[in-house]
Write a protein that binds this ligand. Structure first.
Ligand SMILES: NC(=O)c1ccc[n+]([C@@H]2O[C@H](COP(=O)([O-])OP(=O)(O)OC[C@H]3O[C@@H](n4cnc5c(N)ncnc54)[C@H](O)[C@@H]3O)[C@@H](O)[C@H]2O)c1
Length: 443
């Protein structure tokens, strides 16, 4: 099926069997889970004129949102201000029983993995059970959390049928993975096309209608499973290519070729190449986790996925390689790791967000501390960090006063100030793109 430019087409016609009267719902859409994905989604719907019920199981999260303390880009901050001024049309609640008041329910709860890289489906199971229990005729339910193939069927469609609801007539079930890139001001949520699959043709149609309230384009696919797999392909593609970029960085290092220049040169090819850059590892809630939802499912089915498995193994090992590289750099400077002073610049997993989830910096800092180094960090977006080891650190107010032996540039926010660098320390460029730092050494 082709991509629909739904903003420029007339509304889809309803079938003759559908009641003419508008459904008695107080809200057009409920968003379940108001995190990095759900909150901007709720704000996008509100900005498009929808009445939004914003639901989160965590009262603390709701307080942070109400106090304007959520990590948002500037345009979403403005949207939040506007939304909070219209409490009848933008209601924050932790009371899931209110879900019966919404015509459509969008589920955006976390889908992490545990320490063994096994999917942790507990939040999604809990949210789906709540939504299914509250479901009433006329509602549309849409999962947007990244998950395994068949999940929407297992956790929503089937339980609704078991409740006696006729999916495709009484209630509508869809999957449309969120593609938002938090912190990225270059791609507003509205301009990124959405892929949607439905349990039936009518479900798909309703899913297109819901998304088209704010999304510029909606691309319907033939099934829930196709939509679920599309997201897994997107993020597995990124993971495999990042692993390849890291490997090329190491190869270029061995052959003394500048890897960034190579990537930029290859990018001049207008087809068949897409630039991915090496780094100190991957973080966040997507690339380190999503491919494991696929691998977990394939393992149970005894389906081989050697390329993906190897890429994820390499990705997981990257922070340890960074620790080894710091030791190497110290050794070349005639110093041991024991007692060496190492400063990490930027600890969030990517620039301009406060998100520390799965950030490679955390493992790198623990690894260096285990090796006996004295480690501090500086990051305007993360004033305090908790490490897996139980250690804690505060961002340094005066990095120059620390007199580091090695500075590892891990993440560079746009407001990152490196003017204090005095040429004394070795600067290890984990971004590979900090060419403005004189004398930097690549990771
Ligand atoms: N963060 C990203 O960059 C990104 C991008 C695209 C897709 N995704 C996917 O979107 C989904 C959500 O990710 P996120 O980063 O927004 O997560 P998050 O951790 O930032 O937020 C999730 C929110 O859901 C709430 N929650 C948990 N269980 C709940 C329940 N049962 N009922 C109501 N609320 C509940 C939590 O309190 C939290 O506020 C994941 O599947 C993720 O893979 C994330």
């Amino acid at each position: 099926m082709s991509t629909l430019d739904v903003r420029s087409t007339a509304p889809l016609l309803r079938t003759a069997t559908e009641p003419a009267a508008p459904p008695p719902f107080d809200f057009d859409v409920a968003i379940v889970g108001l995190g990095y994905v759900g909150l901007p989604t709720a704000l996008a719907y509100r900005a498009s004129g929808s009445r939004v019920l914003a639901v989160d199981a965590s009262p603390r999260r709701l307080r942070i949102i109400a106090a304007r303390g959520a990590d948002l880009i500037d345009s979403d901050r403005e949207r939040l201000e506007a939304a909070l001024r219209t409490p009848r049309e933008f209601r924050l609640t932790s009371d899931a029983s209110e879900l019966t008041r919404a015509a459509a329910i969008i589920v955006c709860v976390p889908t992490p993995v545990d320490h063994q890289q096994v999917p942790d489906l507990a939040p999604l199971r809990a949210a789906c059970a709540t939504v299914v229990a509250a479901a009433r005729p006329g509602q549309l339910i849409m999962l947007t959390s990244t998950t395994y193939v068949g999940c929407t069927h297992d956790l929503v469609e089937q339980p609704l049928r078991e409740r006696g609801l006729d999916v495709g007539r009484d209630v509508f079930v869809t999957f449309s993975a969120e593609r938002i890139d938090p912190g990225n001001v270059g791609f507003a949520q509205e301009v990124v096309p959405r892929v949607v699959g439905g349990a039936t043709a009518r479900c798909q149609e309703e899913g297109v209608r819901l998304l088209s309230r704010y999304a510029a384009r909606v691309h319907p696919v033939s099934s829930l499973a196709t939509a679920e797999m599309t997201k897994l392909l997107e993020n597995t593609f990124r993971a495999v290519n990042i692993a390849l970029a890291n490997e090329f960085a190491d190869i270029c290092g061995a052959l003394d070729v500048p890897v960034t220049e190579v990537i930029e040169a290859a990018s001049t090819k207008p087809y068949g190449f897409m630039a991915f850059y090496p780094g100190p590892g991957v973080g966040g809630h997507c690339i380190p986790c999503d491919p494991h939802y696929l691998l977990w499912q394939l393992k149970a089915l005894h389906v081989d996925a050697g390329v993906i498995t190897e890429a994820m193994t390499r990705i997981a090992a990257r922070p340890r390689r960074v620790v080894d590289r710091v030791r190497d750099v110290l050794g070349r400077a005639g110093k041991g790791t024991l007692g060496a002073r190492v400063l990490i610049v930027g600890v969030t997993y990517k620039p301009d967000v406060a998100d520390l989830r799965e950030s490679p910096a955390l493992e790198i800092i623990d690894g260096l501390l285990d090796a006996g180094a004295e480690v501090q960090y500086v990051d305007t977006h993360a004033p305090h960090i908790h490490l897996d080891s139980g250690r804690e650190r505060d961002s340094l107010a005066d990095p120059a006063g620390f007199h580091p032996d090695v500075v590892l540039v891990h993440t560079r926010h746009h407001d990152c100030d490196l003017n204090w660098l005095d040429g004394e320390a070795v600067v290890l460029d984990g971004t590979y793109r900090s060419s403005d730092i004189a004398g930097r050494v690549l990771l």
